[in-house]
Design a protein around this ligand. Structure first.
Ligand code: ADP
Ligand code: MG
Length: 572
């Protein structure tokens, strides 16, 4: 055989390995879920590539995942007959981390094991989790379509506590796919048990579409122990979870499936599962995660919905399936109408996809609405979590999704003068339900920070009259409001703009007083205007202040001052 070549891990891999072993030790069981998940992905990829190139099956088209253990050698082996890896792929995929958000991830680590364990989970654990339980990992792989002689052996042993390098070597591998052997660390012997491994598979990988097989076991009366037979049996349910009926799926199964498709280690916040029949036929199983991914603001970040056609995996990251402002959603859409050879280009034009997208959007907005309005214990908190994690992204929908603008607007939450705290808990509907007798507008103030908004002199008259005002201080708020002239028939009005016509909220005596004051101080106003010159449009007497002597106001038809400030800062 060819001699082995030694290569160095990318620095981030070394760091991740070290962290993982130390922080995730108490969750060591996840290694099996991660490796089975990779084997399943590899089978999906093969099935998809084989649509065009059936020869890739090499007369072995029953895709499956096999798990074996050997007590005397102290090894566990996870094998699949999926797509496999070439030598270059093994180096690229098992020696580096290609995920977007890697830098942010490493920047957020604290050194506190508990916190970091959580972060690693969010980042995605993956292949390297093998090293939690193993001090040496051997990968044998051959990519589908390559010759048996083009197999690759990848191997990495921990020396002491760390691994800095791995080796690759060309080997013969008759069967296509990947075989990963874990040489267990001291103290991991309990994993060398059929019963233990089977229970882990049922717990974490029951939903995997391909059969996961293990040797049958038999009680040997003489030896007084379980002995392995040559025959294999299927351990998991081995069907696509989303094709089953909702009533037959437990919450735990939904959650386990989420961890697989969402590459997340936490539980989802909520999900929606439904089958659409009629002119278009498709199934959607969509999840809202409990936390934002690292790369939510990365324009090139992957979207999280996988597209299947009649249970055949077509693509990850099908960005056309949901609008950009719902890019945090994870899950699966399985269409019965699209052609199996559908490409990204075809998707761009497809009317079927437009229908699916509209349907998925409606489902997710409905799910969020239900969470927000539900009286069930815990749901209100869930919505608050959702808003904290994804509110900023959802806001984009007000400007981007004309058809659902009102629905999205209904999901927005704001801080207001009612509580006077930065917590964003007030919906526009809440606001309207609390409007004063005679009030017909929704008032808001925008500023660069919550405190600036809260202390705005423009609020004085509103506070005096007990009128609630929304306090907006997110950078995008001005833009959001600009796209939302009204809600439920009530115009949204800035307290910092124009003549501030309080309508029926104004009292006659005050009005008279103001008119008189304007008359009395005419000369003074003229003088001030003259000395301020170009810098102001007008100087007026106002009723809107109770404590402050003066304030700046934007003209009714001009852009808000906060927006003007943002544009100026952006150099416009
Ligand atoms: P992820 O699954 O999120 O991409 P992993 O760390 O789990 O990250 O795996 C890294 C990569 O290694 C995979 O994307 C895949 O390209 C490759 N890989 C891992 N296991 C297998 C396997 N059993 N068959 C083929 N490729 C694999
Ligand atoms: Mg993986």
């Amino acid at each position: 055989a060819a001699s082995a070549q030694t290569l160095n891990f990318q620095a981030e891999v070394k760091q991740l390995l070290h962290l993982m072993i130390h922080s995730l030790y108490s969750n060591r069981e996840i290694f099996l879920r991660e490796l089975v998940s990779n084997a399943s992905d590899a089978c999906d990829k093969l099935r998809f590539e084989a649509l065009d190139t059936p020869a890739l099956y090499e007369s072995d088209s029953e895709l499956k995942i096999r798990i074996d253990f050997d007590s005397s050698a102290r090894t566990i082996t996870i094998a699949d007959n999926g797509i496999g890896m070439s030598r270059d792929e093994a180096i690229a995929h098992l020696g580096t981390i290609a995920k977007s958000g890697t830098k942010e991830f490493f920047g957020k680590l604290t050194g506190d094991q508990k916190k970091d364990a959580h972060l690693i989970g969010q980042f995605g654990v993956g292949f390297y989790s093998a090293f939690i339980v193993a001090d040496k990992v051997t990968v044998l792989s051959r990519r589908a379509g390559l010759d048996a002689a083009e197999g690759v052996k990848w191997e990495c042993a921990m020396t002491g506590e760390s691994a800095g390098e791995y080796s690759v070597q060309a080997v013969d591998k008759a069967s296509r796919g990947t075989e990963i052997t874990l040489h267990l660390r001291e103290g991991q012997e309990d994993l060398l048990s059929g019963w233990k491994l089977k229970s882990l598979i049922r717990k974490y990988s029951d939903h995997i579409v391909q059969p996961i097989v293990m040797r049958k076991e038999e009680w040997d009366e003489e030896k007084k122990e379980q002995v392995l037979r040559d025959e294999y049996e299927t351990i998991n349910q081995a069907n696509a979870l989303w094709t089953r009926s909702r009533n037959d799926i437990s919450d735990d199964e939904y959650k386990a499936f989420y961890k697989h498709v969402g590459h997340d280690y936490d539980e989802p916040l909520a999900w929606t599962h439904s089958r659409v029949e009629g002119r278009h036929e498709y199934t959607q199983l969509l999840y809202v995660p409990a936390h934002a991914p690292f790369d939510m603001w990365d324009r090139n970040a992957k979207h999280g919905v996988k597209l299947y056609v009649k249970r055949v995996f077509i693509m990850d990251d099908a960005e056309k399936l949901l609008p950009a402002y719902l890019r945090f959603v994870r899950g699966v859409v399985d269409s019965a109408d699209l052609p199996l050879n559908v490409s990204r280009e075809i998707l761009q034009e497809s009317k079927d996809i437009d229908t699916i997208r509209a349907g998925c959007t409606k489902k997710i907005l409905g799910l969020l609405e239900d969470l927000a309005t539900s009286e069930e214990a815990g749901d209100k908190e869930k919505y608050a979590t959702f808003w904290k994690e994804f509110g900023k992204v959802l806001k984009e929908g007000v400007g981007e999704d004309f058809a659902n603008k009102d629905k999205v607007a209904g999901l927005l939450r704001f801080a207001s003068t009612k509580a006077d705290t930065p917590e964003e808990t007030v919906s526009l509907a809440d606001y309207i339900s609390r409007m004063k007798e005679g009030q017909d507008k929704i008032y808001y103030v925008t500023a660069e920070t919550f405190n600036a908004a809260k202390n705005s002199p423009h609020l004085e008259i509103f506070r005096k009259k007990g009128i609630e005002v929304l306090l907006l201080s997110d950078r995008v708020d001005e833009w959001v409001i600009g796209n939302l002239p009204e809600f439920d028939g009530k115009p949204l009005v800035s307290v910092a703009k124009g003549g501030l016509d309080l309508g029926a909220l104004e009292d006659e005596a005050e009005k008279k007083e103001a008119e008189k004051a304007a008359d009395d101080y005419k000369e003074l106003l003229e003088k001030m205007k003259a000395s301020l010159g170009e810098r102001v449009k007008d100087v007026k007497v106002t009723l809107r202040l109770t404590d402050s002597p003066a304030c700046l106001v934007a003209d009714e038809h001009d852009m808000g001052m906060n927006l003007a400030r943002i544009l100026k800062a952006a150099g416009q």
